[in-house]
Design a protein around this ligand. Sequence first.
Ligand SMILES: [Zn+2]
Length: 410
Amino acid sequence: MPEQSVGDRRPTAPLPGRSASPTRLGASQLLLATPASGDSSPVIIDLHCHYAFAALRASSIERFSFEPQVAVRAGQPAHPTEYDSCLSPRLRRRLVWRAARRWLGLPETDRELDQRLGDHYERHLGPAGPVERFVLLAFDAARDERGECPPLPGPGDRFGSDLYTSNSLVRDACRRRADRFLFGASVHPYRPEAVACVEEVFAGGACLLKWMPLHQNIDIRDPRTLGVLRKCAQLGLPLLVHYGPEFSLATQCPQYRSVRPLLEVLRGLRAEGQMPCVIVAHVATPVMPLGDQDSHRALLDALTGEFADAPLYADLAALATWTKAGFLSRLARRQELHHKLLFGSDFPIPPGLARLRWKLGRNYRQIAAVQSWPQQAALAVRCLGFNEIVLHRAAELLPNLRYFDQPATG
Ligand SMILES: [Zn+2]
């Protein structure tokens, strides 16, 4: 995969934020309104946006101490951490990736593909709308039990990272777009000195920590994981964690699919007074409507029962997609749950609004005409009757929201 520089690819002009002019979208002004300048309501955050490139090496960005620039070793299989962001050959052979590539008309070469992906982020995360800030997610590499990171997996390989995005790359994007982006960090708990790495990303502006245990190989009960969870509790750094089935990346550790061990661990940490804020992605829903709902049901029970008064939440990421839209409609009716739900889009996964057409009624056309997928998803959530707390809660929970407003200290 060729070396690339992102320095000339990511423009530095500020994106429209709270001071931008409201976008005129048509009749339902209350539903579709963009926050006006001076509006004192909490900022609306999309806390679940992936930030990934095919084969990107950033030049001249400041790096976290645990992410030094790694030289490419000729003749040896590439490791994910040789890049700042990359996709594995295994992922690129998966049907979901090939279908997305064809559907979006993505180019073949890595350089052109990364250019196109950069434009894609611009087009969807730039336009004004109800969502004013986007948490861009780093994605640490998968590690084995010893904490070692295997090479990028090819087709048929059993274990490796399908996706990697460095914390350094995401922090740099946040610095460039302090008006728009927030830093979602990712530190694998089996990394050497993982707790110190978490302290470093928090001091570097992280507003949450992202894990996908069934892909990255993270046992929530492992002592190294518990150490990081206790550190998150101390720092006030929320964990955004995936449980339930996954369809984009390989489920290479199916034993970490269920949310139940997480709930057990949180029970113990809570008893110690060391439970961090935990946000379970996608409300732990299955990929397909008739898929395994055990984690989803267990999570809903926990949110309304044992953890009703504890900092356990769930995000709505990807619930506006074609296969999960039924769950979104059902959750819209569960008003008693809304104070436990947070808005996220799972961008660049596209929403499937046509599936919600009947529920969105006369607002459907206006929402579908909005260019930005995350803005579409937020408008759909509002239109379906979710309490506004779902859109505003993240602004109360996430730390470091103003971190990048300050001039960089180097
Ligand atoms: Zn996601």
